[in-house]
Design a protein around this ligand. Structure first.
Ligand SMILES: *Cc1c(COP(=O)(O)O)cnc(C)c1O
Length: 357
């Protein structure tokens, strides 16, 4: 089988060794001669998985006992509802920054739960930039931001200094660069972009922001219930959490955030350099807000797209078609994507220019 260069936007690429270990655990987990899929989540062997998967998040983020980590089902999309349900007081209001489709969906859910104000938005320019310099209202219950906009290819390079609890959807760039996590009160991420497979969602929350809304919470929607039960209030998504653990172990073993930051800088520098150099293509996001994870670009002569598609498919590249709302191309450079794959794409773009410019 020839190598496939997987630029999929999500679910995204996982390290080969993680897939190998995950496959083995499906047959024989921990030398039990049982599959991970057929043992109790309350067995000692699985409790170790859950404990380590929770602890590694805190270690990689560098936070202490003030924070708790839980894993839930329902994707990042369920967090769009759980965040306001747990943090928005019945008499208060929430502040949101609208930077794209996912932020928009978070706002939609918050509005169903309580008073919600959009304090900044980049909708006026098709979400091609990150709003800056907006005032954060001191009387709002929390501020919600999205660190990386997977569909539009923009990314926050600096996080706002927030006088109110700061909540962040980090689904598509978690553990891709240094972040001072102690400045956040709640961080959530669907695992399937950058920290594991679909099916598990990580929530890290500062305990002291919880329990203040005055509303009655459904048990499954209550962070405190999940925290109290060690993320085992109900049967957790055992296999996705295990594969997430393997992915975090892979990251730590290779050098953690400093190592991946260097790798991700090299990858995004290489492709943006080519986009800016190559006369056939142009980037869609504002220069200073360009995402290191999702690189969106357009063909200057769209009629040549079928020709370019042949080029990259022949090179073994997969998953660079743009999101249906944006068109063009999107190369997702998640943590597990090797620099080698980016070089293949850059070479294809250069060869394409040579032939058609
Ligand atoms: C993919 C994505 C989501 C949605 O995640 P689901 O797990 O499918 O609900 C939310 N936010 C961001 C930033 C995403 O990239």
């Amino acid at each position: 089988m020839s190598k496939v260069h997987n630029f999929s936007a999500g679910p995204g690429i996982l390290p080969a060794e993680v897939l190998q270990k995950a496959a083995e655990a499906c047959i024989n987990f921990d030398n039990l001669n049982l599959s991970l899929l057929e043992i109790s989540h309350r067995s000692k062997n699985y409790e170790k998985v859950m404990d380590e998967a929770r602890a590694l998040v805190k270690e990689l983020f560098g936070v202490g006992d003030a924070y708790e980590v839980i894993y839930l089902g329902g994707g990042a999309s369920l967090q769009f509802a759980m965040v306001p349900f747990n943090l928005l007081r019945e008499t208060g209001y929430a502040a949101y920054v609208n930077t794209g489709v996912w932020a928009g969906k978070a706002i939609k859910e918050a509005k169903l739960i309580g008073d919600t104000k959009v304090i900044a938005s980049s909708e006026d320019k098709k979400f091609s930039y990150i709003p800056k310099g907006y005032e954060i209202p001191k009387d709002a219950d929390y501020l919600h931001i999205t660190s990386n906009n997977t569909i539009y290819g923009t990314q926050l390079k600096e996080f706002p200094k927030s006088p109110i609890p700061l909540v962040c959807d980090m689904s598509s760039d978690i553990f891709s660069r240094p972040v001072n996590a102690n400045n956040f009160d709640l961080i959530y991420a669907g695992a399937q972009k950058n920290m594991g497979p679909a099916g598990s969602t990580m929530v890290m929350v500062k305990k002291d922001v919880l329990g203040k809304t005055g509303r009655k919470l459904l048990s499954m929607m209550d962070y405190q219930v999940h925290i109290k039960s060690g993320s085992m209030y109900n049967t957790p998504p055992v296999f996705p959490i295990y594969v997430t653990l393997l992915t975090l172990q892979w990251l730590k073993k290779n050098g953690g955030i400093p190592w991946i930051t260097k790798m991700n800088n090299q990858k995004s520098d290489a492709i943006y350099h080519e986009i800016d150099r190559n006369s056939m293509f142009r980037g869609t996001a504002a220069q200073e807000d360009r995402s290191q994870m999702n690189v969106c670009f357009l063909m200057n002569k769209p009629e040549l797209e079928p020709e370019f598609d042949k080029f990259w498919k022949d090179a073994g590249i997969s998953g660079i078609r743009g999101h249906r709302d944006v068109g063009g191309y999107r190369a997702s450079l998640y943590n597990a994507l090797p620099l080698e794959s980016v070089k293949v794409l850059v070479d294809v773009m250069a060869a394409f220019e040579k032939k058609f410019a």
